[in-house]
Each structure stands twice: as structure tokens, then as C-alpha cells.
Ligand binder design. Structure first.
Ligand code: NAP
Length: 317
């Protein structure tokens, strides 16, 4: 049986799925992973990782026969897919199966900002309602003009869900797409024309701090900003400044620059709704992602076509 080196620890369910096909080595079970790999790394062709665990360059030297890295995530900004491709190593990821779930998370954040939901929940749960009554009326999220930054798979699923709330959708991306929504080639112009922005941009150098004070100020004091893409795309220092001085209305965030750390400044603000990167985190969706990541490994081992290689790997297939 071929060996899979698991950078991301496989739980019982995933072990049960993989063990009929492979010998599993979980990095978390090794006392000294580098020493173990120095002795046993030759011959290992496959790695299972995740967006959280990523892929360090040292594996390339320790596993000279590596052929496939399967990441249990759609985002792969923590893995240099081009450098892998140059060495003939394929990278697979888990697109599509999480679109609906992440879109739901984006819409939950969007509505929670407009409806001041965290405070409303606390007002009921703490019994404050009986003592001090209802909170000031919040605003509606229905019927807004919403700008999507990154109208890809998840962006389109989010747009479709927001349309059910009678929202008008516009979008920013590097290129105009064949869709009915209005296109902007400038995120600041999009922010100026919209009530709210929802960002589902990937991470990496090209989107670093694309969401910054110019965008926040263009969105304005009543504006709502949601980010479910990557924390690196948003300048957190400038966001705290904009939210705390009233230049921006609200922020709903699922992703942060230095996860799992969330700056105290963001946690202290009453006009933020914060989640711990749970965009795709349901039993059903996480299993669908894991199954896709594992099926890529099984197909590869059996000489069958890979289901979801990243675009950078397509030249190798
Ligand atoms: P996708 O289908 O590849 O869509 C990405 C979109 O971003 C594309 O429409 C692309 O449009 C745009 N884009 C890419 N680079 C850009 C740049 N430099 N400037 C402007 N726009 C750019 O990806 P997806 O499956 O929707 O996933 C998107 C991201 O969501 C992932 O990369 C991941 O980081 C994040 N994510 C988060 C969670 C969570 O739990 N919060 C879960 C899953 C995914 P153009 O090519 O036209 O520019």
C-alpha cells in the first residue's frame, strides 16, 4: 500500500475512508517529524494538508518523490502552487462543494450587521429587555445595492442568496464577466456606489490590503463591509480606525490577518460581528470537502483522472 503523509491530522471518519487504500502517517503522531521524514520520506508520493496547515518548503527536500499535494480547502494562498508545478508536483483543492455554505455565512454576517443581531440576541438572553426594553431600531438589509469583490464560485452563490433579499448586485474583479450584474474595475468606485460590500477575494500578494481606508471611507458611515475571503486582503489597523471614528458603519468578518488571533481593537467594537473562520464549518460541508480531498488521492493512486487540480497544475495532467 502507498503511504500518505498527513500534515493535517485525519480524524476517525477520514482514517476509516482512507485506510482501506493507504498507510497513513499523521505528522501529529510523530515525535520528530523532520527526523522521521529524513529516514522515511523517500518513496512517499502523496500529502494531505489543509488551508490551515499549508505546506512548508522543507517537505520538498524531505520527500524527493512527492507527486501530489491534496489540500482540504479551496483557498491555497499558503501553498506555492507554481513552485510545486515547476517540480512536477500536482496540487488539488476542494472547490464548489463549499460554495453554498460559505455564501450562507456571508449572508448571515451581512444581515447580522444591518439588524444589530449580536446586541439583539444579548438583549433577549440576558433579560435586559425586561429591564430596559427594546434596543433602538436597526436598519434593514433588504433591497440594498451590494458590491461583491471576487465574483467567483462563492461570490456568485452569495449574490444569488442576496438577490432573495431583493438586493441589487454589482461586482469588482480583474475582468468583466458574462453576467447580468454591473461591473466595476475599481473597488473604490464600487464602494462609493454601494450600500454594502461582500469580499470573497482569495489571499496572496495580489489582493494584499485591497480593502483599505480608501475603500472604507468610500463605503461610508452607513456602509456595511463583510469579509469571508482572506484576512490578508483587509487592512485591519485601518478598519479599526474607520469603524471607531464613524467613517465606516459596520464590519462582519469571518477571516483575519493573523488567525486565530483577532485584534483586541476589533473585539472591543460594538459595530463588528466576528466569526472564527467558520465559513464552511458544518458537518455536511466539511465532510464533502474532506471526501473530495481524499478522492483526489484515491484517484491518483489508481491512475484515474484527478477531480479538482488547481489551475496552476493543469499543465502537468
Ligand atoms: P474563485 O472561484 O477562484 O473566485 C475568486 C474570485 O476572485 C474570482 O472571481 C476572481 O475574479 C477574483 N480575483 C482573484 N484574484 C483577484 C485579484 N487579484 N483582484 C481582484 N479579484 C481577484 O474562488 P472561490 O471558490 O469563490 O473562493 C474564493 C476564496 O474564498 C478562496 O480563495 C478562499 O480564500 C476564500 N474562502 C473562504 C472560506 C471561509 O471559510 N471563510 C471558505 C472557502 C473559501 P477575476 O479572476 O475576474 O479577477
Amino acid at each position: 500500500m502507498k503511504t500518505i503523509y498527513c500534515i493535517a491530522p485525519p480524524n476517525e471518519e477520514r482514517r476509516a475512508y482512507l485506510e482501506p487504500h493507504f498507510t497513513l502517517v499523521a505528522e501529529a503522531d510523530l515525535d520528530d517529524p523532520k527526523a522521521w521524514l529524513a529516514e522515511n520520506g523517500s518513496g512517499i508520493e502523496m500529502i494531505l494538508t489543509s488551508g490551515f496547515y499549508g505546506f512548508g518548503d522543507h517537505y520538498l527536500e524531505l520527500m524527493p518523490d512527492l507527486k501530489l499535494v491534496s489540500t482540504n480547502s479551496v483557498g491555497y494562498d499558503g501553498i506555492d502552487a507554481r513552485a510545486l508545478a515547476q517540480r512536477g508536483i500536482i496540487l488539488t483543492h476542494t472547490p464548489t462543494v463549499l460554495d453554498a455554505e460559505v455564501a450562507t455565512t456571508a449572508v448571515l454576517l451581512y444581515l447580522s450587521c444591518y439588524r444589530n443581531f449580536e446586541a439583539e440576541l444579548a438583549n433577549a438572553r440576558t433579560g435586559a429587555w425586561a429591564k430596559t426594553g427594546n434596543l433602538p431600531l436597526p436598519h434593514t438589509g433588504d433591497g440594498r445595492k451590494v458590491g461583491i469583490l471576487g465574483l467567483g464560485r462563492i461570490g456568485k452563490a452569495t449574490a444569488a442568496k442576496l438577490e432573495a433579499f431583493d438586493c441589487t448586485i454589482a461586482y469588482y474583479g480583474r475582468s468583466k464577466q458574462d453576467v447580468a450584474y454591473e461591473y466595476y474595475d475599481d473597488p473604490i468606485a464600487l464602494a462609493r456606489d454601494c450600500d454594502a460590500l461582500v469580499s470573497i477575494l482569495p489571499g496572496g500578494a495580489a489582493t494584499q490590503h485591497l480593502l483599505n481606508k480608501d475603500v472604507f471611507e468610500a463605503l461610508g458611515p452607513d456602509g456595511v463591509l463583510v469579509n469571508v475571503g482572506r484576512g490578508s486582503s483587509l487592512n485591519q489597523v485601518e478598519l479599526i480606525e474607520a469603524l471607531s471614528t464613524g467613517k465606516l458603519g459596520w464590519a462582519g468578518l469571518d477571516v483575519f490577518e493573523d488567525e486565530p488571533n483577532i485584534p483586541q481593537g476589533l473585539r472591543d467594537l460594538p459595530n463588528t460581528i466576528l466569526l472564527a473562520h467558520v465559513g464552511s464549518a458544518t458537518v455536511e460541508t466539511r465532510w464533502a470537502m474532506a471526501k473530495l480531498a481524499m478522492d483526489n488521492l484515491i484517484n491518483f493512486a489508481n491512475g484515474k483522472p484527478l477531480i479538482s487540480p488547481v489551475p496552476e497544475s493543469k499543465g502537468l495532467i
